[in-house]
Design a protein around this ligand. Structure first.
Ligand code: ATP
Ligand code: MG
Ligand code: MG
Ligand code: MG
Length: 470
């Protein structure tokens, strides 16, 4: 039996409903009252107030499938089998209700009995001194001692910024030798994708005040997270998360548009995967009301969108193509996120505007950057001047990270300080002209207008954020 992504999402939520959990709709990607986080990066992040006791949860057992963005993984995307900037995290949560025993038992039950993964291929890990979790895996579940790994803080102590944290226990799945790096000592915890980490059970019992001071939480909590795409990857027994049913449909669409085939050339495959991943992030971010801009979340969105454009160019796609792909994202995900279909026109509008804006200058910008590189080579330089980097940013709309990445691919860098100086000078100049209006690059005004146009719609999105039942 090979379950599809949309089926697996439902199976998970229904399983935990059968264990008395309340299934909540995914929270928005935009954190609510949380300055420590730019974008929601895990199932527990939007539930921090429930863990700290600041807010009362609708029930002490909750389950969700949460939209997540991890820009920290941007460099991994396309290169590993298991990282996306966007992914969905399945989770079950206990706010001072059940603890380790139940959490571990249900993790095992879901994986082996509900989706039918081979127990022999599952490898749990525990925090180095967490004997309690070790015993549960060994004595109660019956996993042999040599298949349970003890890892240190880096892997098995979960915390993101301030707030609830604690030791965790993860489950890895052995996908078999063909996915291994073949290096001696390749085992659970190896960076290659043979032993794929699929689920993290966090036993959150401490609070970090943000300065590294830990105190016991009033109640012991459970917070688990499993990447839906990774679960699908091992259940469907495919190469990578880009081969699971929904993502493959999207990837195939990128192939069709570019006339490229997947699995032939490494560089091409990386670009195909980058576009496939980024258009998902872009579509979901816009559906949560994030607009392209030159700072904060808006910058993340702009960077992802323009990065997708550039990889589209590398694949030989000409002209605008992202709206058509966003349609495929929506088709694949509307089952779990009906709001995508409802906000379709808005999403398409924002993408079309941003893409058109960048398209006007991208080819020119790329060729100018290529000229700059030639000039550098001629002069034996490896660092692009801040002035030139700023010109690409200001005149051609290149997010500085994009310039940096393109240079990096050739072993080059740019002068960061010089860039920032040029940016400051520009800002000072425009403030002189326009009073308090702070100039943030040539596109800023376009989106100021767009923001105003859509301001009324935003109110609606704010309200869509939380706790309606699935
Ligand atoms: P990895 O070590 O593989 O980078 P992680 O330890 O950073 O994963 P966690 O923070 O433990 O991941 O998140 C819980 C789960 O969310 C992971 O076990 C995995 O299934 C999923 N996950 C994490 N990051 C990603 C990503 N970038 N893309 C897809 N799924 C992810
Ligand atoms: Mg990671
Ligand atoms: Mg990990
Ligand atoms: Mg982990």
């Amino acid at each position: 039996q090979k379950y599809g992504v949309n089926e697996l999402r439902r199976m998970f939520l229904e399983f935990f409903e059968s264990k008395d959990h309340l299934a909540l709709k995914s929270f928005s990607l935009v954190p609510h009252n949380d300055k420590s986080l730019l974008l929601i990066n895990s199932g527990m992040a939007p539930m921090k107030p429930y863990f700290t006791g600041q807010e009362i949860p609708p029930r002490r057992r909750v389950t969700t499938c949460q939209k997540c963005i991890r820009t920290g993984d941007i460099e991994n995307v396309g290169k590993t089998a298991r990282h996306g900037t966007f992914f969905e995290m399945l989770g079950n949560f206990s706010f001072g209700d059940y603890f380790k025993t139940e959490a571990i038992h249900w993790t095992w039950e879901f994986l082996t009995e509900v989706v039918g993964l081979d127990p022999e291929r599952l490898y749990p890990s525990v925090y180095e001194n967490d004997d309690e979790a070790w015993e549960i895996w060994n004595k109660e579940i019956g996993v042999p001692a040599e298949r349970i790994f003890r890892f240190g803080k880096e892997d098995n102590f979960w915390e993101h910024g301030s707030g609830p944290c604690g030791p965790c226990s993860e489950v890895y799945y052995d996908r078999g030798e063909k996915y291994g790096c073949g290096k001696p000592g390749c085992t659970v915890g190896c960076e290659c994708d043979r032993y794929m980490e699929i689920w993290n059970d966090v036993f959150s019992q401490f609070n970090n005040d943000g300065h590294g001071n830990y105190s016991d939480l009033a109640q012991k909590n459970i917070d688990t997270g499993m990447g839906l795409e990774r679960l699908a990857c091992v259940v469907q027994d495919v190469d990578s998360m880009f081969d699971i049913d929904t993502m493959k449909a999207l990837r195939d669409h990128v192939c069709a548009m570019s006339g490229k085939r997947y699995g032939i050339d490494h560089e091409t495959d990386v670009s195909l995967r980058v576009v496939t991943d980024h258009i998902r992030s872009v579509t979901f971010m816009i559906s949560d009301g994030i607009m392209p801009s030159n700072s904060g979340r808006g910058y993340v969105l702009r960077r992802l969108l323009r990065r997708a454009c550039r990889h589209g160019r590398l694949l030989g796609i000409e002209g605008a193509f992202l709206v058509e792909l966003a349609q495929t994202v929506i088709d694949g995900s509307k089952d779990g996120y009906p709001e995508l279909e409802e906000k379709k026109d808005f999403i398409f509008n924002v993408i079309a505007k941003e893409e058109a804006q960048f398209n006007k200058t991208i080819d020119q910008g790329l060729s100018i950057l290529a000229d700059m590189e030639k000039e550098m080579k001629k002069n034996g330089e490896t660092v692009l001047s801040g002035e030139n980097a700023f010109k690409l940013y200001d005149t051609y709309g290149f997010p500085i990270d994009l310039t940096s990445e393109i240079l990096e691919e050739k072993g080059l860098t740019y002068d960061k300080e010089g860039f920032e100086k040029a940016q400051k000078e520009q800002r000072a100049k425009s403030e002189g002209t326009f009073g308090t209006h702070s100039y943030t690059g040539k596109d800023a005004t376009v989106y100021d207008e767009l923001d105003a146009e859509l301001a009324t719609e935003f109110v609606g999105y704010e309200n869509l954020v939380c706790d309606a039942k699935v």
